[in-house]
Design a protein around this ligand. Structure first.
Ligand SMILES: NC(=O)c1ccc[n+]([C@@H]2O[C@H](COP(=O)([O-])OP(=O)(O)OC[C@H]3O[C@@H](n4cnc5c(N)ncnc54)[C@H](OP(=O)(O)O)[C@@H]3O)[C@@H](O)[C@H]2O)c1
Length: 248
């Protein structure tokens, strides 16, 4: 049990990587609060997590809703040991087609929402606390059509270093987990047609040295390592889980 008695907050914990991680955290002994926007997915997550799970519906782009999430954690548990700031989305568009709304939406969730979550959760974390941010292999490679999504993740990579430095004196570690292509609903929400989606998946898969998409649970296990005391002397780093795509 790597998280026995710990309290964890998992944003985007209702689907894909976040849900797999919340599930693993519960199996490792934690009590977990998950956040998402969709009511049905929140209910399904709580049903899966059982008595040690709790869900809060919030759109993390709004500061007041982040406050509400943190207040719910404070009321229920009084403190926090682990924050997995993982909620995110992406929109695909070539340079000439990127809209202001797409920029605001992606930076709103992936960067601003994540930043506000860390800022407002930090007072609940104490000595030994661990913050894990979800970045992406996209922050290390150039992928046509994904300029804004990739930039949001580069910004989050930067945050792991800066906030790692800011929070280190309080004994709080900040690291990132960087997924490669992972089988989740993420890509299906990017605004691509079925044909483009299939073509993108085939092209990405062909580039992965391990020759497949990863599973959400494979990222969850990396997040668990960074969340737990197994990584007690590691801060500011990024653990890449991408089958070698951005690394070899
Ligand atoms: N899958 C991949 O290939 C891949 C690769 C690299 C990085 N990542 C990163 O991994 C993270 C998780 O993605 P995933 O693949 O697990 O995707 P996913 O299955 O689509 O899950 C995304 C999660 O984020 C939540 N979310 C989205 N917008 C939100 C908002 N405004 N407020 C609160 N919650 C919000 C969603 O909740 P609702 O559905 O209820 O809105 C959902 O729980 C993301 O940061 C993504 O960028 C994924």
């Amino acid at each position: 049990m790597k998280l026995e008695g710990k309290i964890a907050l998992v944003t985007g914990g209702t689907s894909g990587i976040g849900l797999a991680t919340a599930d693993l955290f519960v199996r490792e002994g934690a009590q977990v609060v998950v956040v998402g926007t969709d009511r049905a997915r929140l209910d399904a997550a709580v049903a899966r997590l059982g008595v040690r799970g709790m869900a809060v519906q919030a759109d993390l782009r709004r500061s007041g809703e982040v406050d509400r999430v943190i207040e719910a954690v404070r009321e229920r548990h009084g403190r926090l040991d682990v924050l997995f700031a993982n909620a995110g989305l992406g929109r695909a568009a070539p340079l000439e087609a990127v809209t202001e709304e797409q920029i605001d939406e992606q930076f709103g969730v992936n960067f601003k929402g994540l930043f506000l979550t860390v800022q407002k959760a930090a007072p609940l974390l104490g000595q030994g606390g661990s913050i894990v941010l979800t970045t992406s292999f996209l922050n290390a490679v150039g992928t046509p059509g994904l300029s804004i999504l990739s930039a949001t993740k580069a910004a989050v990579r930067s945050l792991a270093r800066t906030l790692g430095a800011e929070l280190a004196p309080r004994g709080i570690r900040v690291n990132a987990v960087s997924p490669g292509p992972i089988s989740t609903p993420f890509a299906s929400k990017m605004g691509l047609g079925d044909q483009d989606l299939t073509a993108m998946a085939e092209s990405v898969e062909a580039q992965v040295p391990l020759q497949r998409f990863g599973e959400a649970d494979e990222v969850a296990r990396a997040a668990l390592f960074l969340a737990s005391s197994e990584s007690s002397f590691i801060t500011g780093t990024e653990l890449v889980v991408d089958g070698g795509l951005s690394q070899v």
